[in-house]
Design a protein around this ligand. Structure first.
Ligand SMILES: Cc1cc2nc3c(=O)[nH]c(=O)nc-3n(C[C@H](O)[C@H](O)[C@H](O)COP(=O)(O)O)c2cc1C
Ligand code: SF4
Length: 487
């Protein structure tokens, strides 16, 4: 049953109380000293240039978060390959370094050096938009003699035609009929768009991933270090390549799939390659899933094993997320690509106020706690980061006080009000613009539109200039604090 949850009342600390709070105490992330235990996790804002370079809008976006002085700010998922990927940041070539270095400078300047800046680096596999029916059957579907014979066996009424005839006949069938005739993979490519998976060992580039990825990640990490980032977060979560290796749905039979030990082999090899490139004095951690949420996917027991192995290998932190997978995502419209945050697993990743009895607030903390306990049981002190519906000081502080996690990440609350951690620390919590957790921002991300928060638009008529969306209807920057004219 869907329950619409109210935002709980927030009791904010005085400046004196905040000074005692664990949230605002320093700690170490391996070799990296951080000023506070507050964390803004990776969020893609769709602001890079079409070629993947840092844009002026990116500088403003990260500079704005930095002014709120979180202990750690993580730059959005940034692609490690030198391939076109639209307005998403890239780090797959040295030409991206100068722009990224500017971003580092901007964050340092705006936070007066108080925020440490990490970059999340990721690899993703090929994905195509959902094709028009006619295009799929006339152009995209692979149809050799053997496949034609198989289809004719299943549907004798379609036999005795040449290839063009069969293609035309298939394009006339209903979806229900096609689901019967096509293989599950063909039906998926037709109805949702073609998506490469790590199980496609017949594709040479997929078979080679264990040989290619360690170097690609290590090269990217070296560039990040050169650009001046304080550390790296390896993206081992959500719908992307490394999370797919960790998934129980990984069926590779090349020593990198099947058992848990084999599934974690590549993530460990990537870690080792990156570590040997950046050295032990550089902060290197990862983000993993506490639960994939999808049918047949990895669960918390798997995640405890992964967290322990990765911590034992030497990760400087483990950040825990949940869900966000392609497998259960909604069918995209024709011409759009499947988006991994639209299904049940996506909702678990970014929970909304329309939820079950558990509600969205701190919903995923228990996963981080379980992983943390497994790591502690090994005698390791690796810090664990939790995220998911954390938007009040009390909740954040209680998580730390009760040792459920070591750092608290807030994505949407920090988007709604990039100053919120600072306001709480200064005893100005009553001025926090509180996230309402209805996912307007996520809807923009889904449409690949520049991400903004609906609450910013309440200050649409505020004095001064601020960036507007292309249609002139949305603010693209958060209102300033203390209230002042923006320039
Ligand atoms: C617009 C948007 C973009 C996101 N992009 C990323 C990303 O690049 N990498 C990532 O690991 N998580 C990403 N996330 C997930 C967040 O980091 C976070 O885990 C999730 O929103 C739950 O935290 P919250 O409840 O504090 O928002 C994104 C979330 C939002 C709202
Ligand atoms: S758009 Fe909605 S869910 Fe997103 S940050 Fe703003 S208030 Fe929160």
């Amino acid at each position: 049953m869907v329950i619409r949850h109210e935002l709980p009342e927030a009791n904010w600390p005085s400046a004196e109380e905040a000074a005692q709070a664990l949230l605002f105490q320093p700690m170490q992330l391996g070799p990296l000293a951080i000023r506070r235990r507050s964390w803004v996790p990776a969020m893609v804002p769709w602001r890079a240039t079409e070629d993947g370079f840092v844009s002026a809008a990116n500088l403003d976006w990260y500079g704005r978060f930095a002014r709120g002085k979180p202990g750690v700010l993580v730059v959005e998922a940034t692609g490690i390959r030198d391939i076109p990927s639209g307005p998403l940041l890239r780090i797959g070539h040295n030409r991206f370094i100068p722009g990224l270095a500017q971003l580092v400078d901007r964050v340092r300047e705006e936070s007066s050096g108080e925020t440490k800046l990490l970059i999340q680096v990721l690899d993703f596999l090929r994905i195509r938009r959902r094709p028009k029916k006619a295009d799929y059957f006339s152009r995209f579907m692979a149809l050799d003699k053997e496949r034609m014979a198989e289809i004719s066996d299943r549907r004798p009424d379609l036999a005795n035609q040449d290839e063009a005839g069969l293609r035309a006949a298939l394009s006339q069938l209903s979806d229900a009929e096609l689901e019967e005739v096509l293989s599950p993979r063909e039906f998926e490519s037709y109805s949702r768009g073609y998506r490469e998976t790590i199980n496609d060992l017949d594709l040479p580039e997929v078979a080679e991933l264990p040989r290619t990825l360690p170097k690609l990640f290590a090269d990217a990490a070296e560039r990040a270090k050169q650009a001046g980032f304080d550390g790296i977060e390896l993206h081992y979560a959500h719908a992307y390549t490394m999370a797919s290796f960790l998934s129980r749905l990984n069926r590779r039979d090349d020593g990198y799939g099947g058992s848990r030990a084999a599934r974690i082999r590549l993530p460990l090899e990537v870690y080792q390659a990156v570590r040997s490139r950046v050295g032990k004095d550089y902060c290197l951690g990862c983000r993993i899933l506490g639960d994939e949420v999808i049918a047949g996917g990895s669960r918390i027991d798997d995640a405890c094993f992964y967290g322990s192995e990765l911590a034992a290998a030497g990760m400087d932190f483990i950040s825990v997320s949940k869900g966000g997978k392609f497998e259960d995502a909604k069918q995209p419209k024709v011409g759009e690509a499947v988006y991994p945050y639209t299904g049940p697993s996506g909702l678990e990743c970014m929970p909304t106020v329309r939820s079950d009895e558990l509600g969205p607030f701190g919903r995923n903390v228990a996963l981080a706690t379980r992983i943390r306990s497994s790591i502690r049981a090994l005698g390791l002190t690796t810090p664990v980061v939790t995220a998911g519906g954390i938007g009040s000081f009390e909740l954040a502080e209680s998580i730390l006080q009760e040792e459920k996690a070591d750092l608290v990440a807030a994505a949407r609350q920090s988007l709604a009000d990039p100053d919120w951690f600072l306001k709480a620390e200064l005893g100005c919590g009553d001025q926090v613009r509180r996230c309402i957790y209805t996912n307007y921002c996520e809807g923009l991300d889904q449409k690949h539109k520049t991400v903004s928060c609906q609450l910013w638009d309440r200050d649409f008529a505020a004095p001064g200039k601020f960036l507007l969306s292309a249609d002139g209807k949305r603010r693209l920057t958060a209102p300033e604090w203390p209230n002042k004219a923006e320039d």
